[in-house]
Design a protein around this ligand. Structure first.
Ligand code: FE2
Length: 296
């Protein structure tokens, strides 16, 4: 890492090295495996017709439904043959610069732990279900796999310009909450959407959220919500489109002109937007999560 890059002080557990990798994946209990199986079954009941076909095919290619938390070694072997990626265990959220370094080397850091029955419906910190079920199937798509590597390579540049927030918004609105068009229909490919039961339907069919065609410059100026359903989703035509928009953009020039704070509110629709669906924002206006508002 270049010496002039600022890194956030996150306390590193004593047993991990500078790469923040666990020496080995956790030995999961039968209860842990049962939690994985129940989460898996719950998602499979809602994903068909809502998830992108690349995601559904990825689940099949990696045989993620064979029961219990998958072994990262097996996943890495299968994924390695398909796109050269591997899955590596990390204890918790890791520092940005380490995360970028792993992505740039086609390693996907996945949370080692699995949620409990008490936090079955919602956890803030990504666990092995979110990371492996939500993210890893997409890495079987060759173009998406290249996009993720490019994203990792872009990270240190954003840190040097102190514009990590902007690059974070791009990750948020693509890798975590991205939608795409398939034969004219909207489908979800973002892991944050695909690893939970509510947002899949809300993002794809809900009348509340905006659905706007993705423009990298616009997205990187847009605020987002961390602990509730998104007021706006951005839609790509294809992974080729996403990859092209990203690698062709001169990020040095963009960062030099980008203000430090977000320009657009997360529910905003602006005049240059190519809008697929203008949301009613009913869910947000009724108070969102915690208010008892229906995710419509
Ligand atoms: Fe994630």
């Amino acid at each position: 890492m270049p010496a002039d890059v600022f890194t956030a002080p996150l306390k590193k557990p004593a047993h991990v090295g500078d790469d923040w990798l666990e020496p080995k994946q956790t030995d999961y209990t039968s209860d842990d495996d049962a939690i994985w199986n129940d989460l898996f079954a719950r998602q499979m009941a809602v994903l068909p017709g809502h998830a992108a076909s690349a995601f559904m095919e990825g689940l099949d290619k990696l045989d993620l439904g064979q029961g219990g938390v998958p072994e990262f070694a097996r996943l890495s072997e299968d994924l390695g043959k398909l796109t050269g990626w591997s899955v590596v265990p990390v204890p918790m959220l890791i520092p940005d610069h380490v995360f970028f370094w792993h992505l740039a080397n086609r390693r996907f850091p996945a949370g080692n732990f699995i949620r409990t029955r008490e936090t079955f419906d919602y956890i803030q910190e990504p666990d092995v279900f979110h990371d492996v079920f939500g993210h890893v199937p997409m890495l079987t798509d060759p173009v998406y796999a290249d996009y993720m590597q490019e994203y990792g390579k872009a990270g240190w540049k954003a840190m040097r310009y102190n514009r990590l927030k902007a690059l974070g918004a791009l990750y948020w609105y693509t890798v975590e909450f991205g939608l795409m068009l398939e034969h004219g229909e909207v489908r979800a490919y973002g892991a944050g959407i695909l690893s939970g039961p509510t947002e899949v339907v809300f993002a794809v069919e809900g009348k509340s959220p905006n659905r706007i065609m993705l423009n990298v410059d616009r997205v990187m100026r847009t605020d987002y919500v961390i602990s509730d359903l998104q007021p706006t989703y951005f839609v790509i035509e294809s992974f080729e489109d996403l990859y092209r928009q990203t690698v062709e953009r001169d990020f040095d020039r963009l960062y030099r002109n980008l203000p430090p704070a977000f320009t657009y509110a997360n529910s905003a629709v602006i005049d240059v937007d190519n809008v697929i669906h203008r949301g009613t924002q009913e869910y947000l206006l009724r108070g969102g999560r915690g208010s008892g508002a229906a995710p419509v």
